[in-house]
Write a protein that binds this ligand. Structure first.
Ligand SMILES: Nc1nc2c(ncn2[C@@H]2O[C@H](COP(=O)(O)OP(=O)(O)O)[C@@H](O)[C@H]2O)c(=O)[nH]1
Ligand SMILES: [Mg+2]
Length: 379
């Protein structure tokens, strides 16, 4: 941590009086976690009261109807506990953000309900915030952290891959972590939040871009009660979320990456039509080249309009269609022109038509990317 500020004591009284701002608001999203909430609450308040932090626990439940309301009511007789039940809404990230928006504490902590995140790490996280950190992430992969009982190779590989994909977005060892803390004032600065799926810490890290970021090691434990809600749907949502965050942080790299991917699919189509129309329809190779270009060009335009250059959809259809025709015909001229000039005009390429074809495609693609990525709708 870069800050050299002295730590400031955060609390005098372990229990805040009604109406008083607590030091800590701990937000816990729940879905079917009735068995876990009592032991979690017990551990949270044992830790925070021995550290002298006045604390409120905010449970955001998506209408689990599993008796969590009774458990929270019982906990509330001993501690400062609030249950927020959302009807109709489902989703971890939106639940956490909702809970944080209702919190009153000076500092916010978010953690899972299933006892995977040890509440005993909270004092170290609070201490880091009090020393000037803007964001504290509890990490399994930083020095001193780990995963208790180990994971099978399948789960480990998926988690590692997901982590690697997120690394360029946030310079932390564990961007997948759901256990984090930040000052409420910092959270109130977060604009354009577009939470999706599970990864709310990653969302906040990208949108807030905190300068003083601290990682605190934790030993992650597998849940003992209840089932994980991490479904295939949530995993696919993670990919959509990543795409959204890359678009936000690295718009050019995302556009280029998607453009190349679309181009690669178009190339396969292009090759198939080029070879197929010659083999099965007996077309002359220059005509086959043109037909293949029209098929793959249309495919690429359609996909890029829908996936790559989204701002392109903000333009009115008619002028966009006209300029598209213009770009496509320029691309067509450059692509097929390069091919024709190389195969007809040079000896080296006369016997290497596929190489000439690839060169033509590349020249057309460079021109198309240049024109599409400079769309006036972008500004
Ligand atoms: N409010 C709310 N909480 C959720 C939802 N899905 C998961 N959670 C909670 O988010 C935390 C992490 O979920 P979990 O199923 O343990 O995911 P895993 O740790 O990745 O297997 C737990 O406290 C869940 O109860 C949801 O749709 N709404
Ligand atoms: Mg869990």
């Amino acid at each position: 941590m870069k800050s050299h500020e002295e730590p400031t004591p955060i609390a005098q009284a372990p229990r805040n009086k009604p109406g008083e701002t607590p030091d800590l608001s701990i937000v816990v999203p729940t879905y079917k976690e009735a068995e876990n909430i009592e032991p979690l609450g017990g551990r949270i308040f044992a830790v925070t009261s021995s550290a002298n932090f006045s604390t409120e626990l905010i449970v955001v439940d998506d209408d689990s109807q599993d008796g969590i309301d009774l458990k929270c009511r019982e906990l509330a007789t001993r501690y400062n506990v609030r249950l927020i039940t959302r009807n109709g809404a489902r989703g971890l990230a939106t639940a956490v953000l909702h809970g944080m928006s209702q919190a009153r504490g000076r500092l916010l902590v978010c953690m899972d309900a299933d006892l995977s995140h040890p509440p005993e790490a909270i004092p170290a996280m609070v201490q880091a915030l009090n020393r000037g950190a803007d964001f504290v992430l509890a990490s399994r992969y930083t020095r001193g952290g780990g995963i208790k009982h180990g994971w099978g190779p399948h789960r480990f590989a998926i988690s590692k891959l997901a982590t690697l994909l997120a690394r360029p977005l946030a310079s932390v060892t564990d961007p997948m972590s759901g256990f984090f803390a930040l000052p409420r004032a910092e959270f109130l600065h977060a604009h354009d939040l577009a939470p999706l799926g599970y990864k709310v810490a990653l969302e906040l890290l990208v949108r807030l871009a905190p300068k003083r970021l601290v990682e605190v090691p934790i030993h992650f434990e597998d849940r003992r009660f209840g089932k994980s809600k991490l479904s295939l749907h949530v995993q696919l949502e993670y990919l959509r979320h990543l795409r959204r965050l890359y678009r936000y942080k690295y718009p050019f790299v995302l556009e280029l990456g998607q453009f190349l991917l679309v181009g690669f699919l178009g190339l396969i189509l292009d090759l198939g039509v080029y070879v197929g129309t010659q083999l099965f329809l007996g077309l002359n190779h220059i005509l086959a080249r043109s037909v293949a270009f029209i098929c793959s060009g249309s495919h690429n335009w359609f996909r890029n309009r829908h996936h790559t250059f989204l701002y392109g959809r903000m333009r009115r259809p008619l002028p966009q269609w006209v300029s598209y025709l213009f770009v496509v015909s320029l691309g067509f001229l450059v692509n097929v022109g390069t091919y024709t000039v190389l195969t007809v005009g040079t000896r080296a390429f006369a016997d290497r038509r596929y190489l000439a074809m690839l060169t033509g495609i590349l020249a057309g693609a460079v021109l198309n990317f240049y024109v599409f990525s400079r769309s006036p709708a972008r500004q």
